[in-house]
Structure formats: C-alpha cells, structure tokens
Design a protein around this ligand. Structure first.
Ligand code: G3H
Ligand code: 13P
Ligand code: NA
Ligand code: ZN
Length: 328
C-alpha cells in the first residue's frame, strides 16, 4: 500500500533501521527494487527526480508506481519526489499522487545556485503548509551537498551547486537545523556531511576528515523528531567499476560512501538513504557484459533482464545492511 514518508520513517526510528530511497526512471529499475523488497520483506521508497519526469513523463512514472502497489499489496511503498526545485513543482507532484515531496530550498530554482537561509525557510514552510493539509510528507535540505575532499557538488547535469563550496556550506549546523525545523515543520531533513551526488565523490576511500559521520549525532540531538536523510549515498562499488572497464566503459578511479559508514550514520539517527548511482553502475555493467559476451543477441529483454538482476542484488544488499529487511 502507498504510505507517507512520515509513517514509514516513524516506524524506522522506532525500530532503529534505515530505509534506502532508490531513484526510479523506468520499468526495470522499479522491477529490481520491488523484487528485492519482496525477497527481503522490506518497505520501499521509490523516488523520482525532475530528470525522471523528463525521461519517462509523469503519467508513466505514476502508473508504474501504481502497478508496483498493485503487484505487491503487502509491501509499504512511499512515492517520493526527489529534489523539488520550487513550491510549484511540489504542488504538481502532490496532485499527481506522490505521498511525499522534497522541497530542496538549499538551492535556488535553477538547482545550481546556493540559496539564502531565509529563502530556504520561506519556500519550505510554504510547501509544508499545503502538503500537510493533504497528508503528504515533506523533506527539506539544509546545507549544500559537496565533497569535503574536493569542494565540488558533483553531478554536472542534475542537482548541485556550481563552483567550489566552502567547508561551512558543506556541513549542516545543528543549531541552524533546530531553527529550520521550528520554522518549517518538515518531517525529514537532508543534511550535508561531506557526500555529493554522482559517481565521483572521493579520489580515495573516505576517512573521518572527509566524511563527517560524527556530525550526524549532534544534528540528531538538536532535532530528535525530524528524520535525517543522507543524499549522495551510493557506495560506487569497485566490482562494478571493474566490470564496466573490462567491457569497454571508461570510469576513472573513484570512491563512494562505504556501506559501513552509512550503517554508522543509521546508528546515529539517519533514516532515509538516497541511492541512485549504484543502480546506474550495476545496470550499465551488467548490460555491457551481456552485450560483449553474447554479440549475436539482439533481444533487448536479455540485456534488461541482467541489468534488473544486477540492480536487484544491490538493493537486497542495502536492505539487509540498513536493517530494513523484515520490516515490511
Ligand atoms: O539528485 C540526483 C539524483 O541522482 C537524480 O539524478 O537528476 O539525473 O535524475 P537525475
Ligand atoms: P547518489 O548519486 O550517491 O546515488 O545519490 C543520489 C541522491 O542523493 C538522489 O537524491
Ligand atoms: Na529526496
Ligand atoms: Zn539528492
């Protein structure tokens, strides 16, 4: 059944687990997530970005999520809008039936320019007002996502600040978080702790100085009733990088957020963990491999099938690691 983010994350907080929020754009990604959820008996968050709506069209996304709800009636599903750039975008998603929306007021409507604190409060408060009136949850964001190692926001074509970010911008301040929640009433808050979107987060495995997992506890203590969200949380598996390289792809050496660090984040109060890149890498690796190994094959279902299985295995691993398995 379709439930709100608040309902799901309240349960996650009560039982001390984290929920991966996977980005969806097409049928195969939804199939892989739902097959993993079924196997693990896990609740799911399916999230769609502006890019997803542009790719598939809002009716297809909506109907595919409806199909997932129909096929898996025993699995709680949150249909979440990822990185809404304005109150109007969030309003439209609510009309489309999303049970949760993110108002990302950390950036202006261009999704590139860091916004002022007052702007962030104003747009987020407005969204909470109309979303809560119809039972839809709201995620806000405070601080700018950026790699504490490189100072870059990452992800050229999607959501992310342009140019170098300062150390302060990339770390959410607990006191400001307290004020932000008091002024807006958000259900969940995305925090900046040194992660960034996309495959190129770190040039070496991140250690305590370039990934501020310890900051999470202080924020959690300041806003105990607001669920913390970690964006940019793909682990960027070395195995899938290797497969992509072996079968003709060109991925530079790179490191993501280790699963153990995410688990530490969950132990310190993180409840929603955003993952997109890992599914992209697994699907691309699997398709490249199958195409290379069966050059005579031209039925795309063969490639899509292997991509779906590869993504499913990533989802299963995250459901299990985050303590989400068995919680549906
Ligand atoms: O926030 C970034 C997500 O990975 C979505 O990416 O905007 O390319 O769909 P996208
Ligand atoms: P990744 O690029 O690390 O998968 O992050 C996805 C994300 O935060 C979507 O909002
Ligand atoms: Na989101
Ligand atoms: Zn994000």
């Amino acid at each position: 059944a379709l439930i709100s983010l608040r309902q799901l994350l309240d349960h996650a907080a009560e039982h001390s687990y984290g929920v991966p929020a996977f980005n969806i754009n097409n049928l195969e990604q939804i199939l892989s997530i739902m097959q993993a959820a079924e196997r693990c008996d896990a609740p799911v968050i399916l999230q769609a970005s502006a890019g997803a709506r542009k790719y598939a069209g809002e009716p297809f996304l909506r109907k595919m999520v409806e199909a997932a709800v129909e096929m898996y009636p025993h699995i709680p599903i949150v249909m979440h809008q990822d990185h809404g750039a304005s109150p109007a975008v969030c309003q439209q998603s609510i009309r489309s039936g999303f049970s949760s929306v993110m108002m990302d007021g950390s950036l202006l409507e261009d999704a590139k320019t860091p916004a002022s604190y007052d702007y962030n409060v104003a747009v987020t408060r407005e969204v909470v007002k109309f979303a809560h009136a119809v039972g839809v949850s709201v995620e806000g964001e405070l601080g700018c996502l950026g790699s504490l190692e490189t100072g870059e926001a990452g992800e050229e074509d999607g959501v992310g600040a342009e140019g170098k970010l300062s150390h302060d911008q990339m770390l959410t301040d607990p006191e400001q978080a307290r004020d932000f929640v008091a002024q807006t009433g958000v259900d969940a808050l995305a925090i900046a702790i040194g992660t960034s979107h996309g495959a190129y987060k770190f040039t070496r495995p991140p250690t305590g100085d370039i990934l501020a997992i310890d900051r999470i506890a202080a924020i959690h203590q300041a806003i105990p009733n607001t669920h913390l969200v970690m964006h940019g949380s793909s682990s960027v598996p070395q195995e899938w990088q290797a497969v992509i390289r072996e079968f003709g792809g060109n991925i530079k050496e790179t490191y993501g957020v280790p699963v153990e660090e995410i688990v530490r984040g969950i132990q310190n109060g993180v409840r929603k963990v955003n993952i997109d890149t890992d599914i992209r890498l697994a699907m691309t690796g699997a398709m490249r491999r199958t195409m290379a190994q069966t050059p005579g094959e031209f039925d795309p279902r063969k490639f899509f099938k292997d991509a779906t299985l590869a993504a499913r295995d990533i989802c299963v691993a995250r459901f299990e690691a985050f303590g989400c398995a068995g919680q549906a």
